[in-house]
Design a protein around this ligand. Structure first.
Ligand SMILES: N[C@@H](CCC(=O)N[C@@H](CS)C(=O)NCC(=O)O)C(=O)O
Length: 284
C-alpha cells in the first residue's frame, strides 16, 4: 500500500499533510488530508474523522475548519477524506451540485452507472482506515467521527452502524433523515434505487429506529450543533427528527440550536474546538 505526499506544512505544533492513493474500492485516485500533532517517538494517537458536505473536497475543512490548535492540544489526529470518487471516467451529473462528484452521500451505490465507483461507505469503513492505521501513528482502537451537512449524515450513519469502532459521533448541521428530505430522496433514489427499505441504513433516524429501540443497546456518545439561521434547516436538515428519534430510543444526545449561525464554515469553525475537546474526552 503506497500513498503519495502532495504537501506538508508545519502548523500549531504538528504537521498538516495532504495525500493521495489509488483506491481499489472506488477504482480512482483518492485525496485526503491528515493533521498529526507532534508526539513522543513510538506513540500512537487517537483519530478524529471529519466528513465534508456537498461540493466539498478535503480542502474546505483543512483550510477553513480551524481544528489544528485543539487537535494539537489534545493529541488527536484529524483525517479529512474527499466526498466522492473523482475523474474524467467517473460518472457525474453535470450542473447538479447535490449529486455525482462532490456528493457521494457516503453510500455504496447499487444502481448503474454509479455502482462501479461510488462506494464511499466501503472506502471509509474498510479501505481508508487501513491506510491511516498503517501509514500514520494512529491508534485505531481509539476513533471518533464528525462531519458537516452531508458529512454530518455520513458521520452519524457510519458511526451508528459501527458502535464498536467509534467512541463518539458529533455533527455540524447534519442531514439527519435523508429519506425524508429533497437532497436525500434524490441521492438515495438514484444511488440505491427506489426501494426505500434499502435506504434505511443510510438514514440516521431510521438507523436509530431500527437498531437502538431496544433498551440498553450500546451507542457512541452524540453531540450535534445546528445553526438556527441555517437556510437549509427547515427543508433539508430537520434536526428535530433526530431529537425525536433519540428521545423515543432513550438515547441521551446533546443537540444544540445555536442562535444566529448559518450553514457556513464560519459556524463550523466557531464550534470546532469544542467538538475536538468533547471527542478527546471519550478518546482518552
Ligand atoms: N449553495 C451551495 C450549496 C452547497 C453547500 O452549502 N455546501 C456546503 C456543505 S452542504 C459547504 O460546505 N460548501 C463549501 C464551503 O462552504 O466551503 C453551493 O452551491 O456551493
Amino acid at each position: 500500500m503506497t500513498i503519495e505526499t502532495i504537501s506538508t506544512h508545519r502548523a500549531h505544533g504538528g504537521t498538516q499533510g495532504v495525500y493521495s492513493h489509488s483506491s481499489a474500492i472506488t477504482g480512482t485516485p483518492m485525496t485526503f488530508s491528515v493533521f498529526v500533532p507532534d508526539h513522543a517517538p513510538g506513540a500512537r494517537l487517537p483519530v478524529l474523522w471529519y466528513l465534508s458536505g456537498l461540493t466539498c473536497t478535503h480542502a474546505n475543512v483543512t483550510e477553513k475548519g480551524e481544528y489544528r490548535a485543539a487537535c494539537a492540544r489534545h493529541g488527536v489526529i484529524f483525517v479529512a477524506p474527499d466526498t466522492s470518487p473523482r475523474g474524467e471516467d467517473v460518472p457525474d451529473a453535470a450542473d447538479e451540485y447535490d449529486f455525482g462528484q462532490g456528493a457521494g452521500f457516503y453510500v455504496d451505490a447499487t444502481q448503474d452507472p454509479w455502482a462501479k465507483n461510488y462506494r464511499m461507505r466501503s472506502y471509509l469503513e474498510r479501505e481508508l482506515p487501513e491506510v491511516i492505521g498503517t501509514q500514520f501513528p494512529a491508534d485505531m482502537a481509539r476513533q471518533s467521527i464528525t462531519g458537516h451537512s452531508m458529512g454530518g449524515h455520513g458521520a452519524l450513519t457510519i458511526g451508528l452502524r459501527n458502535p464498536d469502532r467509534f467512541r463518539s459521533i458529533s455533527a455540524f448541521a447534519p442531514i439527519v433523515a435523508p429519506g425524508e428530505v429533497p437532497w436525500g430522496e434524490k441521492a438515495l433514489g438514484r444511488y440505491l434505487g427506489e426501494d426505500r427499505a434499502a435506504w434505511r441504513e443510510y438514514d440516521a433516524v431510521a438507523l436509530i429506529e431500527d437498531r437502538f429501540a431496544q433498551e440498553g443497546a450500546r451507542h457512541p456518545h452524540l453531540l450535534i450543533d445546528q445553526g438556527a439561521a441555517d437556510d437549509f434547516l427547515v427543508e433539508q436538515l430537520r434536526t428535530h427528527r433526530l431529537a425525536e428519534a433519540c428521545q423515543a430510543a432513550s438515547i441521551d444526545a446533546t443537540i444544540r440550536l445555536q442562535a444566529g449561525y448559518d450553514h457556513s464554515y464560519y459556524f463550523i469553525s466557531t464550534f470546532m474546538a469544542e467538538h475536538v475537546e468533547w471527542h478527546a474526552r471519550w478518546l482518552g
